[in-house]
Write a protein that binds this ligand. Sequence first.
Ligand SMILES: [Zn+2]
Ligand SMILES: [Zn+2]
Length: 264
Amino acid sequence: MNADLYNIPDLRIYLYTTTIAGGVLLWIIEGLNPCFFQQKHRGLHAKLNLSMAGLNLLILLPSGILMAFMLDWSRNAWHGIGMLTLPPVAEAILIILLIDLWMYVWHRLNHESAFLWRFHSVHHSDATLDVTTSWRFHYMEILLSELLRLPLFMLMGAGIEHLLLYSLLMTPVIEFQHSNVSIPPAMDRLARLIIPSPMMHRLHHSRLRSEHDSNYGSMLSVWDRIFGSFRMRENLDDLRLGLDHESDSDKQRLIALLLRPFRP
Ligand SMILES: [Zn+2]
Ligand SMILES: [Zn+2]
């Protein structure tokens, strides 16, 4: 795929529009038809998670510009997968699959490394899962993720258009899997043949470590099946979300969450 085939400014606009429209739509639907009924103070919960997302944008926006510049520069010297001279669409599919595989590995590392878990556990400390949780990440997790993926994407020979296309496909899935929308079990079973479904990701947010160390996929559920981390149980009625000892209101404040990874 080259930049002329897929217009980069258009892809950016599609990504922003899809992210915002998908988020707002799911927030309305989960308010009307929730899976977990115990949610209170939805507005305050959204405000906290969106504050964290706002901080992350301060990293993501300059990092996106740097990524576009670096990927463009590196592809002049190293073509990576481009050396296979595949048709543009096949090349794009292969790069998107590899990016999603990296997202799986990165998420799994965030659970298996005690250092990375310090930051990623801020995402898991949310005891009331909804669409706004999909934007709740500690800024250090975002920063480390951006720093690590740049050399990997350069090695793959990915272009910014591949990254935008991947984000365009992956973001609605991430929003849907975090949402509190109630969907019929049969529909969830069907969805998880392809994507990590809401029920899969709810189990990933279980308080039990045996359950939250599973279902790491971002866009596709196939990686969890291949690497043996797929977990599911049909009845999630007794599922407790979040982390033990982290639900108190004094711990669920912006400053407390930002400082949490640096505490002993
Ligand atoms: Zn996780
Ligand atoms: Zn999550």
